[in-house]
Design a protein around this ligand. Structure first.
Ligand code: C2E
Ligand code: MG
Ligand code: MG
Ligand code: MG
Length: 283
């Protein structure tokens, strides 16, 4: 990439070639560094899964969690997923890392589901690259068997953008996954230009309204209208609708008034490590 960009910059003859070279080389070097570190992160025990609680809005009860990957680098400290998931996807490292997250989360979900405190479901993010680069169906089946988690306690989240990129093919994979007995959620819904005709055919159970819409309700009229539309659409398709990124009592009240089913967000809780999530469940 860097070479090509330098070549193009040179060809354009803009005279700022030096700037491009320095800039791109630094970016490329940083990416390469992170990829190398990420390759070792699993073995070195630097990866962790945190859990953000999800609540039913009808009765306010904690009903599940979303598993979120964390990377604690020895020198750099916490590196957020936005900085390394794309690198993991491009390099293929998302396959072993994704399977590790799934195994860790399923193992944990079994303990919480068996505690009899209302914990019903663990949601795990599935990257499109995992679907493309590995036999994800076999991996999920194997991990459910290994951990002994009943499949109805597992939900997989796939982003709307990825699903719609190759909808026909993804419908098949999603049907096969769902036949394992788990549920499927469309993540970051509203950002990926779903066609309504596909949406009707998608084998999914839940829509997750993207945080970018929830952020400015109820003040922003457009975002409020979009949120209202997603809820109407989801409910007319008999899907559960969850709002992500709920931070304020006003947002919550607006969502409750529209009969939104579930929510997660800092208003309720930030993602917690397993020990702190234990505290929520077992009090
Ligand atoms: P996502 O799946 O949409 O996850 C929700 C993100 O919103 C999480 O960020 C969560 O910490 C954050 N969030 C939740 N509530 C609030 C809130 O009230 N306010 C704000 N400002 N943020 C909130 P996080 O953990 O940084 O993850 C970012 C993205 O990285 C995730 O978005 C997901 O796409 C990806 N990701 C995280 N873990 C995994 C993983 O294990 N596998 C894959 N493939 N992707 C992952
Ligand atoms: Mg998610
Ligand atoms: Mg999301
Ligand atoms: Mg999001």
């Amino acid at each position: 990439h860097a070479d090509l960009a330098m070549y193009q910059a040179k060809e354009r003859g803009r005279g700022n070639f030096q700037f491009f070279e320095a800039h791109l080389t630094e970016r490329a070097r940083e990416r390469l560094f992170l990829e190398g570190e990420l390759r070792e992160a699993l073995n070195r025990g630097e990866l962790q899964v945190h859990y953000q609680p999800q609540y039913s809005l009808a009765d306010g009860r904690l009903i599940g969690a979303e598993a979120l990957l964390r990377w604690r680098h020895p020198d750099r400290g916490m590196i957020p997923p936005d900085k390394f998931i794309a690198i993991a996807e491009d390099s293929g490292l998302i396959v072993p890392i994704g399977e590790w997250v799934l195994r860790t989360a399923c193992h944990q979900a079994r303990i919480w589901a068996e505690a009899g405190k209302g914990f019903q479901r663990m949601a795990v993010n599935l990257s499109g690259a995992q679907i493309e680069r590995s036999d994800v169906l076999a991996a999920v089946g194997r991990i459910l068997a290994e951990t002994g988690l009943a499949p109805q306690h597992l939900e997989l989240e796939i982003t709307e953008t990825y699903i719609m990129r190759q909808a026909e093919r993804n419908i098949q994979v999603m049907e096969a996954l769902r036949n394992l007995g788990l549920t499927l959620a469309i993540d970051d819904f509203g950002t990926g230009q779903s066609s309504l005709s596909y949406l009707k055919r998608l084998p999914v159970d839940k829509l997750k309204i993207d945080r970018s819409f929830v952020m400015d309700i109820p003040q922003d009229a457009n975002d409020s209208a979009i949120t209202r539309s997603i809820l109407a659409l989801g409910h007319s398709l008999r899907l559960t609708v969850l709002a992500e990124g709920v931070e304020t009592a006003e947002q919550l009240a607006f969502l409750q008034e529209l009969a939104c089913d579930e929510a997660q967000g800092y208003y309720f809780s930030r993602p917690l490590d397993a020990a702190n999530f234990d505290g929520l469940i077992f009090g």
